[in-house]
Design a protein around this ligand. Structure first.
Ligand code: DHB
Ligand code: FE
Length: 286
């Protein structure tokens, strides 16, 4: 059977992608940010996940005001690279796992979680920056990706509790897939940031730190945190953090924190990163 062996979360700041793509990671501004991702790159070389269920948000690259799915699952074999701002990054195309994705879609929908099925979709910095940070530069990504796109751009985003329950449903689906696959679930976006209006540039280190602490030790409190608290404390784009609760819900009640990194500044965003394993550990049969 497939097993979820780890959960990883990271911010997706597009300027990080541009720094990588333009060879600027060694600059004083960027060095401390990238140093905090060395641990996870080494971890991934040992863990060798077969598939990553990658929870992220699109930034009007694949969806726009015409279509706004709250939760969508990519069921394609391959995803093209697109982006706003700096344009499409020069990274390899993202390979999907259509069989597992269709299985997750079927299980979740029959489990009363109506995901939108997407068979053709481009992916932007929301997905590619986490890939670069966690796997490093690659001529081919070392794992297949099942993208789960969440609407956190247009009001109303899903509640934290709904995200948690989706994580649980995804875990039930993955664990009923008959192939022996090492599967990770990633939550991306965040941490505190606001890109617009009079509070643009807002960063809240204390609140971000408490969010990271609670993710490991007191997730029940996070699960029921209202949108208004994200907005007030973490800024308008801080709401991206609800996506981390899909990852956390997929790991079960108890987790072990293996690694954490928090860094400011990165463009306008506080960068957060955490690596969690379910407890007791579920190692792949190999
Ligand atoms: C920035 C952060 C984001 O999450 C995003 O999607 C775009 C820009 C920023 O910090 O510049
Ligand atoms: Fe974003």
């Amino acid at each position: 059977m497939a097993r979820i062996t780890a959960g990883i979360a990271t911010s997706h700041v597009p300027a990080i992608g541009a720094a990588i793509d333009n060879g600027r990671t060694g600059e004083d501004y960027w060095k401390p940010l990238f140093a905090g991702y060395e641990w996870v790159k080494q971890y991934q070389r040992q863990e060798k996940p077969d598939v990553v269920v990658l929870v992220y948000n699109d930034h009007a690259s694949a969806f726009d005001m015409k279509v706004i799915p709250t939760f969508a699952i990519g069921c394609a074999d391959e995803y093209a690279i697109a982006d706003e701002g700096w344009g499409p990054r020069p990274v390899p195309p993202v390979k999907g796992h259509a069989d597992l994705a269709w299985h997750i879609a079927q299980c979740c929908i029959l489990d009363e979680f109506d995901l939108t099925i997407i068979n053709e979709m481009a992916v932007d910095h929301g997905l590619t920056v986490p890939l670069s940070l966690v796997f490093g530069e690659a001529s081919e990504w070392p794992a297949r990706i099942v993208p789960i796109a969440v609407n956190v751009v247009t009001y109303p985003p899903p509640s934290g509790n709904r995200c948690w329950l989706l994580g649980e449903a995804i875990a039930r689906a993955v664990e009923s897939f008959p192939e022996d696959l090492n599967v990770q679930v990633w939550g991306t976006g965040g941490m505190s940031h606001q890109l617009q209006g009079p509070r643009a540039g807002l960063i809240n280190r204390d609140w971000d730190t408490a969010f990271l602490d609670r993710l490991t030790r007191d997730p029940e409190a996070l699960r029921h945190m209202p949108h208004i608290e994200y907005l007030r404390e973490a800024g308008s784009e801080g709401i991206e953090l609800v996506m981390w609760l899909i990852m956390r819900g997929a790991l079960g009640p108890r987790v072990k924190e293996l690694h954490r990194h928090y860094h400011v500044p990165a463009s306008n965003t506080a960068v957060g990163h955490i690596v969690l394993e379910p407890e007791p550990a579920r190692k792949p049969r190999r």
